[in-house]
Design a protein around this ligand. Structure first.
Ligand code: SF4
Length: 302
């Protein structure tokens, strides 16, 4: 009724009008299925049961899911499905049946109320897979409170170590300052990542950080912050940046290339020097494997 699910805090009734994300009161998804390209602690043998919601509250100029994050603005994804809460719950079971290690909700923020209802319905019927909240990290603090007892694993991005860079590249104010509060709230709620005997995550927080070409100092700042919370936190330090979307424009020259070895190594070395123990690093060629096409049947095939 009064949507404040993310830090844009539009306070609009989405039954009647749209907020900054432009998403009404329905559930829209672009794709779901088993995804083996997530972190090993999420994929297991069969894959993570990933549900890609349509739209996003951020407007990152280099978004690699551009086709679906801008779906309601540019309608680039042809396969959007409109669902009700029962339809979403049905997908949870479908993914479990084909061997998903978890339910991985990608860009879930505008859909949180529906997600809570769907998870509650499924849990009452005995649904036991962990629920992963795979978010840009610009959720409101109230949203994290609402998700207490619903979400098992938080997978937030901490994209920038500088609010000005965040505003320039993601069109959101205070994204670093706010991200720090959100990560602390998530960490306080679920704690460090816990894994089962097969090394599959069951509960806790893991933070993703994409290293952006030309902005290494911002990455070091991010690591300093995480270290101040807990150096045992699981971090996924991603090298997969690939120019996409508006990042191809002339006004962002540093974003028109992939990351260099030197840049990534500097960040990785810094992380080790800070004493992080649970650090996932990527191959430098990984950007070739993670470019999705949501209009193709095998979304993540090369
Ligand atoms: S999800 Fe965020 S952007 Fe969308 S209406 Fe709610 S507060 Fe606004």
């Amino acid at each position: 009724m009064n949507c404040n699910l993310c830090n844009f805090k539009c306070n609009v009734n989405r039954n009647e009008r749209l907020g900054a994300c432009g998403i009404d009161n329905s559930i829209y998804i672009c794709h779901y299925g088993l995804h083996k390209g997530e972190e090993p602690f999420l994929t297991g043998k069969q894959g993570s049961g990933t549900i890609f919601f349509a739209g996003c509250t951020l407007r990152c100029i280099f978004c690699q899911n551009y086709q679906i994050s801008r779906w309601n603005l540019k309608n680039q994804c042809i396969s959007v499905k409109k669902l009700d809460i029962q339809g979403l719950e049905k997908i949870f079971w479908e993914l479990k049946k084909i061997g998903a290690a978890n339910i991985n909700l990608v860009s879930p923020t505008p859909y949180v109320y529906s997600i809570i209802e769907a998870v509650n319905i499924a849990r009452k019927k005995g649904f036991d897979l962990p629920i992963v909240y795979n978010t840009h990290g610009y959720d409101s603090i109230e949203t994290v409170t609402l998700l207490n007892g619903i979400v098992d694993i938080y997978l937030p991005d901490l994209k920038y170590g500088d609010d000005a860079i965040g505003e320039k590249f993601s069109k959101a104010r205070g994204i670093y300052s706010h991200g720090k509060k959100i990560i602390k709230a998530m960490y306080d709620q679920v704690g460090l990542l816990q894994k089962d005997e097969n090394d599959i995550a069951r509960k806790g927080i893991a933070i993703r950080h994409l290293v952006i070409p030309g902005h290494i100092e911002s990455s070091l700042q991010v690591l300093d912050f995480i270290e101040s919370v807990d150096r045992e936190i699981q971090i996924s330090l991603m090298s997969q940046y690939h120019p996409a979307g508006d990042a191809m424009e002339e006004k962002y020259p540093e974003l028109k290339r992939t990351l260099s070895y030197e840049e990534y190594n500097k960040v990785v070395d810094y992380a080790y020097a800070l004493g992080f123990k649970n650090l996932l690093i990527q191959e430098m060629e990984s950007h070739r494997h993670y470019l999705p096409d949501f209009n193709r049947e095998g979304v993540f095939e090369e």
